[in-house]
Structures are given as structure tokens and as C-alpha cells.
Design a protein around this ligand. Sequence first.
Ligand code: GLY
Length: 561
Amino acid sequence: MNSKVACLYFLSLILFTTQLFAQTYARNGMVVSANKLSSETGVDILKKGGNAVDAAVATAFSLAVTLPSAGNIGGGGFIVFMTAEGKVTTIDFREKAPLAATNDMYLDDKGRLIDDSNHNSIKAIGVPGTVAGLYKAHRQYGKLPWATLVQPAIDQAKNGFPFNWSLLTAAERFTASGNKYPFMDAYFRNGTGDVLQPDELWKQPQLGTTLELIRDKGQDGFYKGEVAKKIAKWMKANGGIITKKDLRKYKAIERKPITGSYKDYKIYSMPPPSSGGVALIEMMNLMELANHQEIEFNSTTYVHLVAEVMRRAFADRAEHLGDPDFNLHMPLEKLTSKAFAKKRFEAIDMTRASVSDSTKFGQLYDGDSTTHLSVMDKEGNAVSLTYTLEYGYGSKMGSPELGFIFNNEMGDFNPQPGITKTNGQIGTAPNLVAPEKRMLSSMTPTIVSKNGKPYLVIGSPGGRTIINTVFQTVFNVLEYDMRIDKAIEALKIHHQWLPDRIIYEQHLLSPDTRKALEAMGHTLTGYGNLGALMGITYDPEKNVFTGAADSSRPDGGAVGY
Ligand code: GLY
């Protein structure tokens, strides 16, 4: 550290919380999310004596107001929670297929996929899980009253918050002529019918009223009574299939985390129905077998190795993973074992790209409207929460009476039984549609511990790229000891088995490296940005929380106190 940087670092510690370059330091707790106002909401809860779970719940409700592209009460997600003593659990609040769903619901009578109906129709909406998940997390592990956690979001919805430039981009798109989504057109207009403008207060009174019912009645405020009745009525009127019974039956589930290790660190992440944790551990195990003293970061050899590691994990993901309540014999232990990694590693040719065989397995891109938040409180408890609507603004549909947007998560199921294509569409059994089944996810909320205590809290949006951006960020911190903002900002690659190509963030690969990789048999595609990581590291010796929000989310923020 040069003297100027050292001086700023210590000054920031004296002030307890100060933005220094891309990092924020604090002594008492930290919240990092894709909207700074929502991070501040979480920190207010910490200041009131709430723990990390309380702050995460309040931040998530707030994001449903401030970041409606992904923050939600109409979607679903996952929480990984580690106590200061190192005990870990997870909460699965993934959406479910409705009772009336079938594995051919998106096919015509010749077995062909009807347009994009699995992503883009009212039948793409899964039974939402967010309210049940946040409620369960609070009931089991929160400290403050439920109403205290929901109230800030109600205030932001009813009193308004300043409309921002990112929202304006969406507002212009959804209010342009030819827009197919009437709900979204009305959503972005003010009381006089004009399109909202930056800094204008954006009020969402209907959403505020829905949140009031959730505040007063807890989970039942969403899944029973007035809201459930209105959802079912709206579904019926618009050709949807979610009923009051679907809502009444929805339950969030506490599950054991997927665990692994890298050197002296322990890694905890989300088990199925997310594929994220299994793939992350498998890739970290494979990377542990390479000699990193001899492989320079981002060199041709490095990119080749990382792409081959990703290719293998994504092939296994496609073959084996789905909802654990429907797939009772998934080989999770094997996929996350060191012995399996050794076999997989030995089959990597360091001079040649393998070929992804489309007659076997692979995956398409998902939408990337997911968002992640990381929280640590002053006791050292940590929450890693990722939740989603699937595409940006999900289904882009909702009941005007209720004021929130529904997900289009049914698109995460394999749509055509038995059909796997080189473009990445897969048809394997573990992730076919069935009534009440949870669709396979890539969300990878993760916590790494050092000496048994939370050390790194991390996650990202980005569809299937989530797994790989979280993997590379975790690897950057654990192997290269990168500080959290550097690890997040470091340019990344993505390979997902099928399509068989490396996607790289622009400017990551020099022309020479690109040529060398192509000569090895890789296909390369440049891409603007991968992921939007939100992370915290904790140094127990200095008692310093360090937070960083990915610069790809200009409204995001790490806030500490
Ligand atoms: N909708 C993105 C995911 O669950 O992976």
C-alpha cells in the first residue's frame, strides 16, 4: 500500500464508514445491493438493533420498490445464512409450477415449442415464493418485529422515491408506441399520465397497499385473503393458470447448504433447486488441482483452463440437476467430491479445447433480471440473498390493483422433453415441468468462511452466467487474495457447455490471446458485461467490514456504519 492510499484507508476507518475508490469500510455492519437507497434501508435496520436477516429482509422488500426490474414480491429466490459462529442454513423460496402445469404445456400438437411461450406468456408465470421466503427467514432467524422490516418499503412506495436514469431507460421502452405490455406502460407514468423523469418522486400506491397487507398479516397477507383473491381473479381473466389453491399451498423450504472447500477456506452455497452451489464447488475443486504458480492470470492457458472447467460443470448440471423433491437420487456428493474433480481434471487437454456434444447435454441462456444483496451485522452474522423475476421486469405483467410485476420463471424449466440442441436448449428429465415442481436455477448466493467464521459474502444476477461470475470472483479472492472490489471488477469469461463458445468481457483478451485460444479450438464471443456482483469481506483481526457493489449497476451501493 503506498502512503497516500494507507492514509486514506486509516482516515476511512476513523470515520467508520467512507467510500474509498470502489470499496466501503465499516466497523458495525454492511449492506451491499443494486440500489443504494435500499442498502441504506438495510443499514437503518442494523442501527435499530436488527441482525443480518432483518436487514436482508428489509433490503429485499425495499428493492421490490426501487429496483422493479429484479427486486420483487412476484418472483422467488434463495438465502444462505451463516451465523457468526459458522452455522449455516439456506432458505429456498424458488417459484413453483402451478398445479395445472404439464410437461407439454408449451408445445403444439406436433410437439413444437409454441413461439417463446415458456418465457413470454401468462403461462410463463410461476407461483411466487419471495414473500414466503422472507417471512420464513424472519420467523426463524430475525430479531425485530416483521412490521418494522416491511414499513420502509411501504413508505418508499407510498411517499415515493426519486426516479433514476436506469428506470428512465425502461420507462422509455415500455411507454413507446408498439409496446406490448399495458401494465408496464401505466407503471412508468405519473398521476397526470406523463412518463416519469429522473428525480421526480415515483409513487406506487397500489404496491404500497399490497405491502401493507403483507406487513399486517405476514405470509398470509400475500398467499391468502384479498391479495390471493385478486391474483386468482386476474389470472382467470387473462388466461393464466395460477389459482388460490396454488398460492395457499406455497411453502418456503429450509435446506442444508452445499458445502465444499478451497485450500483452508470452506464454501457454502445453494443446493438444488439451484444448480449454482454444486457447479461452484465442482469448479473450485477442479481449479484447486492446477498449479497456479505456473499459470498467469488471464493468460491463454488460464482462460483455456477456466473454460474447460466451466464446460464440465455445466454438462454435469444439465445431466443431473433439478428440484430435489422430484429428483431423489441426484449425485450431489459425487459431483462436489475431490475424487470426482480429480478424474474430471485429468481429462482436460491443456493444449486443445474439448467438444461439447449436443447429442448429450447443455443449456440456453437465462434472462438476467435477478439481483443479489449481501449483508453482515456487527455480531458477524452473514446473509447472501439472490432473488429474481427471470427476465428484466419478469413477465412484464401484473394486476393494476396490486401494483407488482410477476416473474416469467417457468422459462427455467426444460421446455421440450427429450430435445437437446446445439443452441443450448436441453430436454433432460430432471428439469421438465411438473405440477408443484421448482424450476432449476443458476442463482449462487455464497458465503465463504475462514477459521470457521464468515469471511466473504457474494452473489450476482446474470442467468447462467451467475455461476461463472461468482466462481471467478470467489477464486480471485481465495487464490489471488484480490481485494473485494478488484475481484468483482476483474473482467470475466463464461462457458456453459452449449452453445460451445467462450464469452469474454470486452477488452479482457488481447488479439494474441484470442488467436492462441482459437488455434486451440475455442470459439470466442465478446460481450459488454457479465454479472453484477455485490460482496462483503470481513477481517476479524481489524474488525473491518469491506463492501463493494459492481460498477455495472450505477445505482448500487455498499453502505456501512
Ligand atoms: N432466473 C435465473 C435463475 O434462476 O437462474
